[in-house]
Write a protein that binds this ligand. Structure first.
Ligand SMILES: [Zn+2]
Length: 236
């Protein structure tokens, strides 16, 4: 099985579905991670150029802990993600053709900021366009109708999962991966007193309460024609 997860910022997948990605990998799936934004505006002191470079490395280290085969940086500057930018949509389509996933995970189509919701649209539309032959492309066309799951929103706001993945056995590695994003976590803790790791772990525990697990992550499918599947595509 091949899994493609594409988030907005370099740490978004870790936050919302890091345990699930690790569980896929534990069960032998090939996991590909991508982030559309380079994270260049995620710090009030470090300048965008050096920060983007730093965050690319943080995401790669984190991806290795989650068992990802690769972490792909689409390298769009923060706050400039636009679902009508066809260059980035084509880049995502080509990455889908390259990975040829059985399932795709991305942001919910409603979340706390525009870059996240635009990423959701870029990924669903890029997946659709992966099946279009007469579009400039590097790889052979692939299905336009791969099932997509939306991952949880930040702090679970306005998101009621229909599917849960028990990540109790993966929670420590999820947190270890999240902690690779030092420019975000350590800095917020030291300078703002915000314990972001605690929020992420608490959200996993909260989702766990909803489904009878110690820790869980929640999802809901992108239900459009014909992306439904008879297969159970999330890890048991
Ligand atoms: Zn984000």
């Amino acid at each position: 099985m091949r899994v493609l997860a594409i988030g907005c910022h370099p740490d978004d997948l870790e936050i919302a579905c890091g345990g699930t990605l690790r569980k896929y990998a534990d069960q032998g799936a090939e996991v590909y991670m991508g982030h559309i934004a380079n994270g260049c505006q995620g710090h009030v002191v470090i300048e965008p150029g050096p920060l983007a470079a730093m965050r690319t490395l943080e995401a790669e280290r984190s991806g290795a802990i989650l068992g990802a085969k690769e972490v792909h940086n689409f390298d769009v500057d923060d706050l400039e993600i636009n679902s009508h930018d066809f260059a980035i949509m084509d880049a995502v389509a080509d990455y889908v053709r390259y990975v040829r996933p059985d399932v795709i995970i991305t942001h919910n189509d409603d979340d706390y900021m525009l870059d996240h919701t635009e990423t959701s649209r870029i990924v669903t539309n890029g997946s659709f366009c992966s099946g279009i032959s007469h579009r400039e492309r590097k790889y052979e066309p692939f299905s336009s109708f791969i099932p997509v799951f939306f991952m949880d929103t930040l702090a679970g706001v306005n998101f009621q999962p229909t599917h849960y993945v028990d990540v109790t056995a993966q929670i420590d590695r999820k947190m270890e991966a999240l902690n690779c994003h030092e420019s975000q976590l350590k800095w917020m803790l030291d300078h703002d007193g915000i314990d972001f790791a605690d929020m992420v772990k608490t959200c996993s525990k909260y989702r766990g309460y909803q489904c009878g697990a110690a820790f869980a992550e929640g999802f809901k499918p992108y239900n459009v024609y014909p992306r439904y599947s008879t297969k159970n595509l999330l890890p048991d």
